[in-house]
Design a protein around this ligand. Structure first.
Ligand code: FAD
Length: 397
């Protein structure tokens, strides 16, 4: 509630380039994947396998996995830095970022046996946990109404239903799936009766699960997934049956913070690219950036981005101190997504007609950064969270 009542102990937020070693190493990896690489992958509607392999081999997709399971055991802030740098380099982490936040559900709620089976193999890159099946076509943001069912049958669950926008499903070995195990009219609260499963997609393919790619504005390798009497072993269940919604919600703060880090990186790329072009492009006998009409939108976008970064760093610091951070994670997601979009607008406008030329990458980054006002949660739903849970106003939906 507002004002916060639990601000007792100090949480320190750093400024400047933290994790310089990680930043430097990620920049070096990204330098091998310039704009021409991303344009080519998009033109082929392909998956950036080489890029994902380079990141995996260097251990950056396993930064959050504890050392005891073969990862680096670093804080969320380190993962945030990795994603920021990828996006600031002109690349896109959408092909592999989900592993960072879906893994948390397995880590927190998986049994020891599940963790021992999967986490070391995810950390080594042998298994990919990139698919996250929550959204459904008929229920959208109203997650608790989702219709995919998993019904217990002996040593198995039988899954029926459909997911939409399940990104990377064709490039993942495992899927974190949310399905209803108790019908909504038989639970006290609509958030009860949903369960989280770790589905082995290699076994599920052609055994009741089919995947159909969706053509989209950006190259996000996203799909529809259909379940038709898919039998999954009962030990695919994570944690307790019926508690899955809470498990997924628990991971949402990490997801919001990590996606916000990508928006921050996008914003950095747009501002750097816009300022360079404005300085170098000469029209009417002088650099276009000498005109305040060109210079000020870039400067304003920079100011907005710097402010959003501080909120993001605060959210990371709270998360890493195991303090409540729902408000800060939502604010960071909202503010960075909007700041990146405004930076993108300034960058596109600064480039004039050349902003439309694919070889400049501006139009690609502009399309890519727009997504974050819609997914993984839309701006309105964040505002609804702030209105209700932070400001104490009536629930709006
Ligand atoms: C490229 C892409 C990749 C994605 N990847 C994944 C993935 O891997 N896994 C996954 O599970 N999902 C994924 N999603 C889905 C994404 O999380 C949803 O698109 C998003 O949560 C919004 O849901 P929706 O599209 O059903 O919109 P809807 O819920 O239909 O909402 C449509 C619009 O109405 C607004 N709205 C709805 N209800 C309210 C309300 N009560 N008050 C105010 N405004 C409201 C929303 O803000 C939105 O602008 C992806 C989406 C895209 C586009």
């Amino acid at each position: 509630m507002y004002p916060p009542t639990d601000s007792t102990s100090e949480v320190l937020v750093s400024i400047g380039e933290d994790f310089p070693d990680i930043r430097g190493a990620v920049r070096r990896i990204c330098a091998a994947f310039p704009g021409s690489y991303w344009r080519d992958v998009e033109a082929r509607e392909a998956y950036p396998s080489e890029f994902v392999k380079a990141l995996t081999d260097a251990g950056y997709l396993a930064v959050l996995i504890p050392e005891s399971f073969g990862g680096a055991g670093l804080p969320l802030r380190a993962a945030s830095v990795v994603l920021e740098e990828i996006h600031a380099s002109g690349g896109n982490a959408g092909a592999c970022h989900a592993q960072m936040y879906t893994m948390g559900t397995l880590l927190r709620y998986g049994s020891e046996a599940q963790k021992m089976t999967f986490l070391p193999r995810i950390a080594s890159g042998e298994l990919r946990l990139q698919a996250f099946g929550v959204t459904e076509p008929t229920t959208g943001s109203d997650t608790t109404k989702l219709k995919t069912q998993a019904v217990r049958d002996g040593d198995h669950y039988v899954v029926n239903g459909q997911k939409v926008w399940t990104s990377r499903a064709l490039y993942s070995d495992l899927m974190l799936l949310l399905a209803r195990t108790t019908p909504i009219d038989r639970v006290a609260k609509k958030t009860d009766g949903l369960s989280a499963f770790l589905v082995d997609m290699r076994e599920a393919l052609n055994a009741g699960m089919t995947i159909r790619p969706i053509k989209t504005m950006v190259n996000h390798n996203t799909t529809e997934v259909f379940f038709n009497n898919l039998r999954i072993p009962a030990d695919s269940l994570l944690g307790t049956e019926g508690k899955g919604f809470r498990y997924i919600l628990d991971g949402m703060n990490a997801e919001r913070i990590l996606v916000a880090s990508e928006s921050l990186g996008d914003g950095r790329w747009f501002i750097r690219t816009a300022a360079a072009y404005a300085t170098q492009r000469t029209v009417f006998g002088r650099p276009i950036g000498q005109n305040q009409g060109v210079q000020f939108p870039i400067a304003r976008a920079y100011a907005e981005l710097q402010a959003a970064e501080m909120v993001l760093r605060g959210a990371c610091a709270l998360f890493d101190a195991a303090r409540p951070c729902g408000e800060e994670a939502n604010l960071a997601k909202l503010l960075t997504a909007e700041a990146a979009w405004h930076a993108g607008e300034a960058c596109l406008q600064t480039h004039g007609g050349f902003g439309y030329a694919r070889e400049y990458d501006v139009e690609r980054k502009w399309r890519e950064t727009r997504l974050y006002q819609i997914a993984p949660i839309s701006t309105n739903l964040i505002l609804a969270y702030l209105g209700e849970h932070v400001l104490g106003m009536p629930r709006s939906y």
